[in-house]
Design a protein around this ligand. Structure first.
Ligand SMILES: O=C(O)CCC(=O)C(=O)O
Ligand SMILES: [Fe+2]
Length: 333
């Protein structure tokens, strides 16, 4: 069955978009009216003063649930390679991309595709994507990795190798920020079985960016997400019930706190509500890596952080697999 991709629709539309992409007025990005974020918190991962690093990151995770990291140790050229090969993949002829299309009948998210979640209004989003795991090796299925360009595999493996150090540092620092031992969050999330799922979002240019959204408002179901953006802005974040346009500084990585860390922290850290807008002239792209516990891992508020009388658990304990099933099917948790 042929699936129509947003990229193909975009290449045929000049000044209108199909009605399936038009969001109800209350959901439109409303770029003219909403505010610009003062600046997403910036965390310097190379800060030698551990105490201030811990405090700054914990504050950002509590107040925003999202921050940018600089001096993260991933060489710029490794990030640029990741971007280059991903962009080249999306610029291939459609038949080439369809070779690794996601099988919509399979429970796996991996592969090239369009629209993942059932939208309650039956609306579509202005984005195509590619999903595949990049870590650990036991979770990698190269059948869903592009064969073109030829350097795709090496560039993604190199990025995954560097990313692990960053993720370990983030988890360690966030643990200390909760007043618990450095290794607790990582251990609770499956330790070395922690799964890194790369997504590439490709938002084609859109003649009516005022009417549609790239990704609709959501929180990530991961534990945390580390994202490389391209140079086209479009991320909006919700803080204290207000939407803001988020600006980020060049070469920073954007870290989202996801649902699993909100749950483990018993709500102290916030899973950020966010969405994306699209651009009239340029393709926007982003490379989030969703870092999540393995399917059978049980996640609930950490016993270190709760007590039945003063601070009872605010969330149920359940396997990540059950959590993900409810989230993707919009069922109560
Ligand atoms: O493109 C972005 O900046 C964010 C994408 C996103 O939120 C997602 O894919 O979950
Ligand atoms: Fe997201």
């Amino acid at each position: 069955m042929e699936v129509l991709r947003v990229q193909s629709i975009a290449s045929r539309t000049v000044d209108t978009i199909p009605s399936k992409f038009i969001r109800p007025e209350s959901e439109r990005p409303d770029v003219g009216r909403i505010g610009r974020a003062p600046q997403l918190p910036v965390i310097d991962l190379s800060n030698p003063d551990q105490e201030s690093l811990v405090q700054d990151m914990a504050k950002a995770a509590q107040e925003w649930g999202i921050f940018q990291i600089i001096n993260h140790g991933i060489p710029q050229q490794v990030v640029e390679e990741l971007q280059r090969v991903g962009k080249e993949f999306f610029e291939l002829p459609q038949v080439e991309k369809e070779r690794i299309a996601r099988n919509s009948a399979s429970p796996s998210l991996e592969g090239y595709g369009t629209q993942l979640q059932k939208d309650l209004q039956g609306k579509l989003s202005w984005v195509d994507f590619l999903f595949h795991n990049i870590w650990p090796p036991s979770r990698i299925n190269f059948d869903k990795w592009p064969k073109k360009p030829a350097s795709y595999t090496a560039s993604n493996e190199e990025y995954a190798k560097h990313l692990q150090n960053v993720v370990d540092k983030l988890l360690g620092t966030l643990s200390l920020g909760l007043g618990i031992e450095e290794e607790v969050l990582k251990k609770s999330l499956g330790g070395d079985e922690f799964v890194y799922l790369l997504k590439i979002n490709y938002y084609p240019p859109c003649p009516r960016p005022d009417l549609t959204l790239g990704v609709v408002a959501h929180t990530d179901m991961s534990a945390l997400t580390v994202l490389v953006p391209n140079d086209v802005p479009g991320l909006q974040v919700c803080k204290d019930d207000q939407w803001f346009i988020a600006d980020y500084i060049p070469n920073a990585l954007v870290v989202h706190i996801g649902d699993q860390i909100e749950i483990l922290s018993n709500g102290k850290y916030k899973s950020v509500l966010h969405r994306t807008t699209v651009n009239k002239e340029k393709a926007r792209m982003s490379w989030p890596v969703f870092c999540s516990p393995p399917d059978e891992c049980m996640i609930g508020p950490l016993p270190h952080l709760t007590d039945e009388t003063n601070n009872p658990p605010k969330y149920k304990t359940k396997s990540f697999k059950d959590y993900a099933y409810c989230k993707l099917n919009k069922l109560p948790q």
